[in-house]
Design a protein around this ligand. Sequence first.
Ligand SMILES: [Fe+2]
Ligand SMILES: [Fe+2]
Length: 166
Amino acid sequence: MSTDAIVLLKQDHKEIKALFTKFQSAGENATKLKGKLVEQILEALTVHTYLENECMYPEVRKLLPAVEDDVLESYEEHHVADVLCMELAAMKPTDERFDAKTMVLIENVTHHIEEEEQEWFPKVREGLGRKPLQEMGARMIEMRKKAPRKPSQPGALKKAADAVLA
Ligand SMILES: [Fe+2]
Ligand SMILES: [Fe+2]
């Protein structure tokens, strides 16, 4: 299995987008299924955002100043997603705004993933090369074991809080 950080993050993106598709194709009245899917979406996003916030983003920022603006914009996009995830975690699937809020989360994250994959991850691959990305990915595999899985867990919001308090 590859430990390339970008390969691993893109694999996460694929799984997250598959969950989005399932939510979008669930019927209007599939409340229980949609509740389950949102639970899975929140867990996948919490782990993924943690790995980017705590490993990939700060390391890339340090090693490749040319992408600093992309990294900063991405932190802000994570922050918006974090707020929506926190709100959804406190809602019931029967709440009037549950589906609408989930759709806004899906739209935001889909846009964010596209920017990562198309705009700045390619610059990171070119700028850093193979070995640093493999080492970074190996660290992410270790960090994943202890990553927060719920938006409310300590650590899940660290970088978002930093962004507000800095
Ligand atoms: Fe991200
Ligand atoms: Fe990502």
